[in-house]
Design a protein around this ligand. Structure first.
Ligand SMILES: [Zn+2]
Length: 138
């Protein structure tokens, strides 16, 4: 008997470069090129070049700000409608930091806590901290 099958449409995600990413890259490129151009002007121009220096420097900064703002607007609109977006929306965001299990202070090293002085234990591959003698902390 011949093996048969029917085609079933299946959704899949195709990841492409978002416009917000291109705008971010262009903004950074504009800022770098403007900074280099303004440095070139200040190095090779005379006193009258100061006005041109400030004009190019401020212009490149404003171009960077405009392009970053456009990228941010695209990200916000994509987030509102529930689409994925590249990059990060500016402003405050949640982050995960390691804290001491004894006093709750944010850890600045992996050896000991600077808040209470407790020595930090390394979790094994199973995620459970072990004492130096091999016993597991409950
Ligand atoms: Zn502590």
């Amino acid at each position: 008997m011949e093996l048969t099958a029917t085609p079933i449409p299946k959704r899949r995600r195709l990841n492409g470069t978002g416009l917000e990413t291109i705008l971010d890259f262009t903004a950074l490129l504009t800022l770098v090129l403007g900074g280099l151009a303004s440095l070139g002007i200040i190095l090779f121009a005379d006193v009258a070049g100061f006005l041109l220096f400030f004009s190019v420097a401020i212009g490149s900064f404003l171009n960077w700000l405009l392009l970053r703002s456009l990228a941010e607007l695209i990200r916000l609109q994509k987030r509102i409608v529930g689409l994925d977006y590249a990059g990060r929306i500016s402003g405050s965001y949640d982050d995960t930091v390691p804290t001491c299990g004894n006093c709750g202070a944010v850890l600045r090293s992996d050896v000991c806590c600077h808040g209470c002085g407790a020595r930090l234990l390394k979790p094994d591959a199973d995620g459970c901290p072990h004492l130096p003698n091999g016993s597991t902390i409950q």
